[in-house]
Ligand binder design. Structure first.
Ligand code: MG
Length: 156
């Protein structure tokens, strides 16, 4: 499973029906820390909403931004006591894990959430603003390295 060769979110071709989709924010819908989705991204979310229950979830401490974004998109913001990749995030949807799909740009959070809980996973290629902080760049580097390692040993 490679994030590098996956499409970015607004170019995903999905045929998900009647599922709960746990949608990541940073790097997936918007570049890290931003809050305004592009028109294409908004349209893709609307498209997913036709046949699915779409919820936003982020490990970011800034839950106000997440709630605001969810509001603007007309979907709900999932609150959970734990962070990704803890399967408690999936439990918080109230849906059976077999009915859940996780969409995201990170190996250590999004992908492992799906692996640990047994949900379906759809990788997206990360989107960048070019203004990412040093801390975020390091986090991305570490994440990409683990994704690389997992592919090397054939578990990703
Ligand atoms: Mg992300």
């Amino acid at each position: 499973m490679s994030f590098a060769t996956a499409p970015i979110f607004d170019q995903l071709e999905l045929s998900e029906i009647n599922r709960t989709i746990i949608l990541d924010i940073d790097g997936t819908l918007v570049p890290d820390g931003e809050e305004d989705c592009s028109e294409k991204t908004r349209a893709k979310v609307m498209n997913l909403m036709k046949n699915n229950n779409v919820v936003l979830f982020s490990n970011s401490k800034n839950t106000e931004r997440g709630k605001k974004m969810a509001n603007a998109l007309g979907i709900s913001f999932l609150s959970a006591d734990k962070n990704k990749p803890n399967p408690a995030v999936i439990m918080a949807t109230g849906r059976r894990v077999g009915d859940c799909t996780v969409i995201g740009d990170k190996f250590l959070t999004d992908y492992l959430l799906a692996v640990f809980s047994g949900a379906r996973f759809v990788p997206v290629r990360r989107i960048y603003s070019g203004r990412e902080s040093f801390k975020i760049k390091i986090i991305y580097l570490v994440d990409d390295f683990f994704n690389f390692l997992s592919r090397l040993v054939g578990i990703g």
